[in-house]
Write a protein that binds this ligand. Structure first.
Ligand SMILES: NC(=O)c1ccc[n+]([C@@H]2O[C@H](COP(=O)([O-])OP(=O)(O)OC[C@H]3O[C@@H](n4cnc5c(N)ncnc54)[C@H](O)[C@@H]3O)[C@@H](O)[C@H]2O)c1
Length: 348
C-alpha cells in the first residue's frame, strides 16, 4: 500500500493506493454523521460498506442533471446532514456525477472517490473536476471541488474488459512523456507485467501517475494559470478525433493518436525533439493503443476549431520539450490547422 496527500482549497486530500476499499471506508466513515454510497449499477454488489449502497446509471447517459437530482433526493431520504459523506464507486462517469452532487447537496458535503476503471484510477478520481452533461454538451455543468479521500482498490480491475483496461494507459503515457521520464521508462520496461495486471507494478504506476497529476493540480487547481493545460496533452486533437468519428474510437485510442499528432506538430513548431513521435508510437503500441483510424481530416480540423480551450485566434497547446519536460505555447489557429493537416493527414 502507498499513500500521499495533496493540498487543495478544500483542505488536504488523502490518496490511498492498493488498499481494500472496505477496510479504508470503515475507518473513514467513523468521522461522519452518516454516509451513502452511489455505485455503478454493475458493481454495486461488490461494494463493502456499512452505509446504504444505491446503484446509479453509469456512462455518459448517467452523467446527467437528472441523476444528480436523484442523488440529492435519496441523500435527503437517507438523512444525510451537512456532516455526512457521499462515496462514489465506479468509473469516471460515476465519480463526476457523485462529486458534483456532493458539491451542491446542502451547499456542499464531503465526498470520497473509489475509482473502478484504469482511467478513473489514474486520472478522473483526482483533481476535483466534477460535472454532468446537458443540452448535448459534455461536462457543461460542473464545479471544481476536491474529494476528501481517493481509495484505489486494485481488485476492481479484475473484471474490467481488456480494451477498457488498456485505454487507461494512454493517460499514464501522457504523464510519462510530458513530466516523468522515469514513469515512461518503467511503463515501457514492464509492459507485459502491466498488461497481466501485476498488482505491484500497478501500484507503482498508479502512485506515480496520481502524484504527477496532483503536482499540477496543487499549483493550478482552478485551471486558470495555464499550468493545468499540460494535462490536456494529446486531448486537443484526441477530442477532435472522437468527435469526427462520432465517438466510434475509444477515448484512450483517440488521445493516443492525438499525442502522436501533437508531438509531430511540436517537432514542426521547433519545440519537440525529433525522436518523440516515434517513442510515443512505440510506447502506445505496447498497450495496443495505436490503430489505423479512418478520419476525415477536414472534419477533424472543424472539431478542433470548436475546442473549448480556444481563445480567439489562438489555442494554448502543451508541447513536450524533452521527454519528461513540457511547456504550454500559444499557437495561431491558422498555423495549427495547417500543421495538423500536413502532419496528421494519415493517422498514425
Ligand atoms: N473529472 C475528471 O478529471 C475526468 C478525467 C477524465 C475523464 N473523466 C470522465 O470520465 C468518464 C469516463 O470514465 P471511464 O472511462 O472510467 O468510464 P465509465 O465511467 O463511463 O465506465 C465505462 C464502463 O466500465 C464499466 N465498469 C466500471 N468499472 C468496472 C469494473 N471494475 N469492471 C467491469 N466494468 C466496469 C461501467 O459499467 C461502464 O460500462 C467520462 O465521462 C469523462 O468525461 C473525468
Amino acid at each position: 500500500m502507498r499513500e500521499f496527500t495533496y493540498r487543495s482549497r478544500d483542505g488536504d486530500v488523502k490518496v490511498l493506493i492498493n488498499i481494500d476499499h472496505g477496510e479504508a471506508l470503515e475507518r473513514i466513515t467513523k468521522d461522519y454523521t452518516g454516509c451513502v454510497v452511489y455505485a455503478s449499477g454493475n458493481i454495486a454488489n461488490r461494494v463493502k460498506a456499512t452505509c446504504p449502497v444505491i446503484p446509479i446509471v453509469d456512462g455518459e447517459e448517467g452523467k446527467s442533471i437528472e441523476t444528480a437530482l436523484g442523488i440529492v433526493r435519496s441523500a435527503h431520504e437517507v438523512g444525510i446532514d451537512r456532516d455526512g459523506l457521499f462515496i462514489g464507486v465506479g468509473g469516471g462517469s460515476v465519480l463526476d456525477v457523485v462529486g458534483f452532487s456532493a458539491s451542491i447537496y446542502l451547499r456542499g458535503v464531503d465526498y470520497v472517490n473509489v475509482p473502478t476503471t484504469m482511467l478513473s484510477m489514474v486520472d478522473a478520481s483526482l483533481g476535483g473536476k466534477t460535472g454532468v452533461n446537458a443540452l448535448g454538451l459534455k461536462n457543461v455543468i460542473g464545479v471544481i471541488r476536491q474529494p476528501r479521500y481517493i481509495i484505489i482498490d486494485l481488485s476492481f480491475l479484475d473484471s474490467l474488459p481488456m480494451p477498457n483496461y488498456l485505454d487507461g494507459f494512454a493517460e499514464v503515457i501522457k504523464y510519462g512523456v510530458t513530466m516523468d521520464r522515469e514513469l515512461l521508462n518503467g511503463v515501457m520496461g514492464n509492459a507485459d507485467g502491466l498488461i497481466n495486471r501485476d498488482r505491484a507494478l500497478l501500484e507503482d504506476v498508479i502512485y506515480k501517475s496520481l502524484r504527477d497529476k496532483a503536482s499540477i493540480v496543487e499549483v493550478d487547481e482552478l485551471d486558470k494559470s495555464g499550468v493545468r493545460a499540460v494535462l490536456n496533452y494529446g486531448h486537443t486533437v484526441g477530442h477532435a478525433i472522437e468527435s469526427a468519428t462520432n465517438f466510434s474510437v475509444s477515448h484512450g485510442k483517440a488521445v493516443a493518436l492525438g499525442m502522436v499528432c501533437e508531438a509531430r506538430v511540436g517537432v514542426r513548431l521547433g519545440y519537440t525533439p525529433r525522436d518523440v513521435p516515434n517513442l510515443l508510437m512505440n510506447a502506445l503500441s505496447m498497450f495496443n493503443l495505436i490503430n489505423e483510424v479512418d478520419v476525415d481530416v477536414n472534419k477533424l480540423v472543424g472539431a478542433m476549431l470548436r475546442d473549448k480551450k480556444r481563445s480567439g485566434d489562438f489555442i494554448k497547446l502543451p508541447v513536450v520539450i524533452d521527454v519528461g519536460r513540457w511547456d504550454v505555447v500559444r499557437v495561431g489557429i491558422k498555423e495549427l490547422t495547417e500543421l495538423v493537416i500536413s502532419e496528421c493527414r494519415s493517422m498514425p
